[in-house]
Structure formats: structure tokens, C-alpha cells
Design a protein around this ligand. Structure first.
Ligand code: NAD
Ligand code: UDP
Length: 310
């Protein structure tokens, strides 16, 4: 049994991770400031004596005794991370410094939830870990992209300078139950619109692509990564290489929900990446990991979740 700290543990990915690590017999400390996280995501865990929740903002230091740290705290959807962009940078940068400081002091491994956004609007396709990216450092997405890039830099500098055991994972678009219905991400938006019989809002002409990974697959990758020897630092891509245009995704969700909703077209947000697909050879080779849940099956589970919520 390990004692594991999960920052951002009340959010979409974090709450599933809390659940999975508890199921495996660990003690879990969920730390969250509840900006985009919800008690409802973790309420079913409150009766478990191995589960603790701390309301805390990672831009402030904290001292805890744990065996592993997963650093997930950071709003992930554009409307949330752009709501208070200065705070988003602080969460990524000061949060990373505080959590790395903790990992250094108590000498435990720390996994960073980095993102495919570090590749920006990629000029290389699919994206491999050695690609340096194409990011607009001034744009509206930069609070998130550049914040996460500085966080990666901090992870590698703490590793080189202080021998901190780091595990940097670059997550590509992940979806599943417990996404917020109003957080503006494409999968939740389309499903909620379809279930309410509203128009499906495709931004731009819908030819931009994304690759969608189901939550259970991502968690398996996280845990395998955390269990690697100390010299395995990443960065490592985690995502499902099956690539869709956003229009194809809309059509798929229309079919799966059986809705009468129609697609409408809205302006494309500034700096919206035109394509994104992970090259996961490194994860396959290092972790023996690849996604197992077909996108359609993951979408069905997510549709069921939203059907029960709405
Ligand atoms: P989410 O918004 O559901 O969860 C983020 C959690 O962090 C929330 O519970 C929020 O309240 C908490 N949080 C935010 N700022 C905090 C702060 N300053 N102090 C303490 N807690 C704070 O998002 P998610 O989809 O679960 O993403 C989790 C992590 O994975 C994020 O770091 C995100 O950047 C990364 N990621 C997610 C995706 C994805 O597709 N979901 C893709 C790439 C990277
Ligand atoms: N998108 C869309 N309609 C929506 C929400 C998003 O067409 O209602 C598009 C968005 O412009 C982007 C893609 O879907 O091209 C993925 O958006 P999301 O915010 O989910 O993730 P990210 O852009 O961060 O990869």
C-alpha cells in the first residue's frame, strides 16, 4: 500500500485516478482548490477510510508525507484556462515549483500531467516527443501552452539539478464521464447539444483534427509510467492515435445519440491547432502501453453518463 497525492484530484481525470488508485488498495490524498473540480466527482469515495481531501491551492507550498505525487492541478479546457490567464500561468509554474520542491524534500517520484498543447499548432505530423512545437507565446492559449512548457522545463531542471524522479506525460485530448457539461470541450459540448436536441456547434469548417483517448486507457498509462525505473523521465506521449476531423466527430455523436440535431458552423477560435495526432511508439516500447478502448465505445459510455446527468 502506498500513500499517493493527486493534485487536481477532484477534476475529470483526477477523480478517476483517485478511484482507480484506491481500488488498487492505496491511500489517496486528493488536493484541489475546486476551481473546475467538484465534490460530486469524488463524493462516492468519502466513505473510504483510505481517502482524504484537502482544499488547497498549489500556488501555495504544502508539506505532506507521501510515496508518490501526481500533479494534475490546472484547468484544462480553453474557456476555463482563459477565464483568469494569469492564474493559469501561476498554477502551472508556481504549482510545479511547489510540488517539485515537495518531491525533492521527501524524495518521491512525481508525474506531471503535461499536454499535447506543448506542440502548439504542429508543423510535424503525427507528433513525436522530440518535436519542439510551434507555439504562439503571446496568444490567448499561451497561458496554458507556455505555462505547461515552463512546467516541463522546471521538471527537467529539478531532475538534473536535484535528482528529483520525474515522469512527464504529454496527454492528448482525453474524454469520458465527469467532464463538465459546460466546460466547452468538444466531446462534452457535442454530446450535451445532441442530447438536448440543440444545434451541434462545429467551429471553423470542421476539417481540423484531434485524436481522442478514453479515460480508462490514460489511467493505465499513468500508472505504468509511475512504476518505471528512475531513469525513465519522459516526456512521453499518451493518447489514442485514431484521428478524426471535428466534423466526423460531430457526425459520429449525432449517429450514436440518434438526435435530430443539425450541425451549424461557428467561427474558429484564434490559434486553434489544425491537426493533432500522437505518435505513441515511445509509450508502446517503454511501457507496453497502447489504448484498448475504441473511441466509439468510450463515446457510448460518455453519452450514457450525460444522459443520466441531464
Ligand atoms: P479539470 O479541469 O477537470 O481538472 C483540473 C483540476 O485541478 C480541477 O479539479 C481543479 O479544481 C484543480 N485545480 C485547478 N487549479 C488549481 C490550483 N491552483 N490548485 C489546486 N487545484 C487546482 O481538467 P482535467 O481534464 O481533469 O485535466 C487534468 C490535468 O490533465 C490538467 O493538468 C490538464 O492540463 C491535463 N491535461 C488534460 C487533458 C484532457 O484532455 N483532459 C489533455 C492534456 C492535459
Ligand atoms: N470545437 C468545436 N465545437 C465546440 C467545441 C470545440 O468545433 O463546441 C473544436 C475546437 O475549435 C477544436 C476542437 O474542437 O478545434 C477541440 O477543442 P477542445 O477545446 O475540446 O480541445 P483543444 O482545442 O484544446 O484540443
Amino acid at each position: 500500500m502506498k500513500r499517493i497525492l493527486i493534485t487536481g484530484g477532484a477534476g475529470f481525470i483526477g477523480s478517476h485516478l483517485c478511484e482507480r488508485l484506491l481500488k488498487e488498495g492505496n491511500e489517496v490524498i486528493c488536493l484541489d482548490n475546486f476551481f473546475t473540480g467538484r465534490k460530486d466527482n469524488i463524493r462516492h469515495l468519502f466513505d473510504n477510510s483510505n481517502f482524504e481531501v484537502i482544499r488547497h491551492d498549489i500556488i501555495e507550498p504544502i508539506l505532506l508525507e507521501v510515496d508518490q505525487i501526481y500533479n494534475l492541478a490546472c484547468p484544462a479546457s480553453p474557456i476555463h484556462y482563459q477565464y483568469n490567464p494569469v492564474k493559469t500561468v501561476k498554477t502551472s509554474v508556481m504549482g510545479a515549483i511547489n510540488m517539485l520542491g515537495l518531491a525533492k524534500r521527501i524524495r518521491v517520484p512525481i508525474l506531471q500531467a503535461s499536454t499535447s498543447e506543448v506542440y502548439g499548432d504542429p508543423l510535424v505530423h503525427p507528433q513525436k516527443e522530440d518535436y519542439w512545437g510551434n507555439v504562439n507565446c503571446l496568444g490567448l492559449r499561451s497561458c496554458y501552452d507556455e505555462g505547461k512548457r515552463v512546467a516541463e522545463s522546471l521538471f527537467f531542471n529539478y531532475h538534473r539539478q536535484n535528482k528529483v524522479k520525474i515522469k512527464v506525460v504529454r496527454i492528448f485530448n482525453t474524454f469520458g464521464p465527469r467532464m463538465l457539461e459546460n466546460d466547452g470541450r468538444v466531446v462534452s459540448n457535442f454530446i450535451v447539444q445532441a442530447l438536448r436536441g440543440k444545434d451541434i456547434t462545429v467551429y471553423g469548417d470542421g476539417s481540423q483534427t484531434r485524436s481522442f483517448c478514453y479515460i480508462d486507457d490514460l489511467l493505465e498509462g499513468f500508472i505504468r509510467m509511475m512504476d518505471t525505473p528512475d531513469d525513465v523521465t519522459g516526456p512521453i506521449n499518451m493518447g489514442n492515435p485514431t484521428e478524426f476531423t471535428i466534423k466526423e466527430l460531430a457526425e459520429k455523436i449525432i449517429k450514436l445519440t440518434g438526435t435530430a440535431s443539425k450541425i451549424i458552423y461557428k467561427p474558429l477560435p484564434v490559434d486553434d491547432p489544425t491537426r493533432r495526432r500522437p505518435d505513441i511508439s515511445l509509450a508502446k516500447q517503454t511501457l507496453g502501453w497502447e489504448p484498448k478502448v475504441p473511441v466509439e465505445e468510450g463515446l457510448k459510455n460518455t453519452i450514457e453518463y450525460f444522459r443520466s446527468k441531464l
